[in-house]
Design a protein around this ligand. Structure first.
Ligand code: SF4
Length: 431
């Protein structure tokens, strides 16, 4: 979502005659768009601002703005501690960025814009053409969260759940497709909680799939509790909807899920997975796990391992629990670091084995790849298959924006390598 927000900030400030630069020394205005989800996010902000300060030691300082969730959570503290920062702008207020910059150009008055103004933000953004011309583009359809998982800062930094109107979304999707986009990834902190006057995510997916030149649709991130029957149904019906779903579970123990306030059991989670598989047998899953959440016993941890083996996630993101200031879980007793590290290592070994078996099993199979751009090396093109695996092929032809059948011939931990099938009529695709 921050990548999307950064692009939209750029679209906004272009209206104020600012242009992006890759050379920090040239900057008149330096905007650091921040994420608060990982540990030490605030320290990184001070470090980055320190870097800018050093660069401009003997020159006129640029306007320095901190945007995003660290600005929202720590705004006043940032302004107090670091005088080099001119303004902080929260993720729901960045439509005000031109006003903030104009004010700073005129008078030396530091600014804190951290109101939750989601409706005004999207109304304002709706007036600015989305100039992103990537083959695969993000599009935010929903923001905020009402779930209040005990470990998470999102409800405090992004505010309550808000869904954009389908009209705004379809119009922006058409802009992206006109710019050359072939794949749209719909974004939301709780994307499947999308609900605009009873129009749900399933309705939106059907409408988007009617945009002729849009080839692929994905959405992330979903909450298991919001997986309604109509949404499960779309996975069997909508051919443009890709068969890889990121469905965070966090733990394989219902006891831990309860203490996290996730509001579902492991059995309910598996029921969603099984229903989706019944609608689309080629669907695969990725997930997030928190290891050593306060109160996690060996038995709870074994249940997470069991779930990992049972679902066979083709990708997973696992981290040792780290407390976010201000969240209820921050007050709970932590598990000893040595034990937590050992559990994480065991967990990641199992996850890696599953991933590597899956990838090796793709060798000699055929996959459909949407090519996004030229890779760094000469005559190599990068794209993704339907399950979002990175694929690289050799080609003398510019493949950007094309969907081609590729025979996979090798892989490493992150990438599949193959050759484009010339007649494009393979015997069978990888399921
Ligand atoms: S559902 Fe996701 S965004 Fe919302 S509180 Fe839980 S982890 Fe955070």
């Amino acid at each position: 979502m921050n990548a999307y927000d950064s692009d939209r900030i750029l679209d906004l400030i272009k209206k104020n005659n600012y242009v992006p630069t890759n050379d920090i020394k040239e900057a008149d205005c330096y905007i650091l768009n921040t994420c608060h989800i990982r540990e030490k996010a605030t320290d990184k902000v001070y470090h980055e601002v320190g870097r800018v300060k050093k660069e401009f030691r003997d020159k006129k300082k640029p306007i320095v703005l901190i945007t995003g969730c660290v600005a929202q959570a720590e705004g006043e503290v940032l302004l107090q501690k670091e005088k080099y920062i001119d303004g902080v702008i929260g993720p729901q207020s960045y439509h005000e960025i031109n006003k903030v910059i104009s004010n700073l150009e005129i008078k030396d008055e530091r600014i804190n814009e951290t109101e939750f103004e989601t409706i005004a933000k999207f109304d304002q953004l709706d007036l600015v053409h989305n100039t992103n011309d990537d083959i695969s583009s993000f599009l935010t359809i929903q923001e905020g969260c009402d779930k209040f998982c005990k470990f998470c800062v999102v409800p405090y930094t992004r505010g309550p759940e808000y869904s954009r109107s389908p009209l705004q979304i379809i119009s922006e999707a058409k802009q992206l497709v006109e710019n050359g986009c072939k794949e749209i990834i719909l974004l939301g902190q709780n994307v499947n909680a999308y609900n605009f006057k009873n129009k749900k995510l399933s309705d939106l997916l059907y409408s988007l799939s009617e945009i002729k030149d849009l080839q692929r649709i994905r959405y992330t991130t979903s909450h298991p509790k919001d997986f309604t029957e109509d949404l499960i149904e779309v996975h069997g019906k909508c051919k443009k909807l890709m068969p890889l779903l990121h469905l965070p579970v966090q733990s394989g123990s219902t006891k831990i899920l309860k203490s996290m306030n996730r509001n579902h059991t492991v059995e309910e989670y598996l029921e969603v997975i099984n229903k989706l598989k019944a609608k689309n047998p080629s669907i695969k899953f990725s997930s997030d796990f928190i290891i050593a959440y306060p109160g996690e016993t060996e038995n709870d941890f074994d249940k997470s391992l069991k779930l990992m083996k049972q679902v066979e996630y083709i990708n997973s993101y696992s981290f040792i629990f780290s407390a976010r200031p201000g969240t209820p879980a921050a007050n709970l007793g932590k598990i000893q670091l040595e034990i937590a590290k050992e559990r994480l290592s065991i967990f990641q070994k199992v996850a890696d084995k599953i991933k590597s078996n899956y990838r090796n099993g793709l060798i000699n199979s055929y996959v459909k790849v949407l090519f996004e751009n030229k890779a760094r090396s000469e005559n190599k093109y990068f794209g993704r298959d339907e399950h979002f695996n990175s694929v690289i092929v050799n080609s003398n032809e510019d493949l950007s924006g094309m969907i081609k059948t590729v025979q996979i011939n090798s892989c490493n931990h992150n990438t599949l390598f193959g050759e484009v099938v010339l007649n494009d009529k393979p015997k069978e695709y990888a399921a």
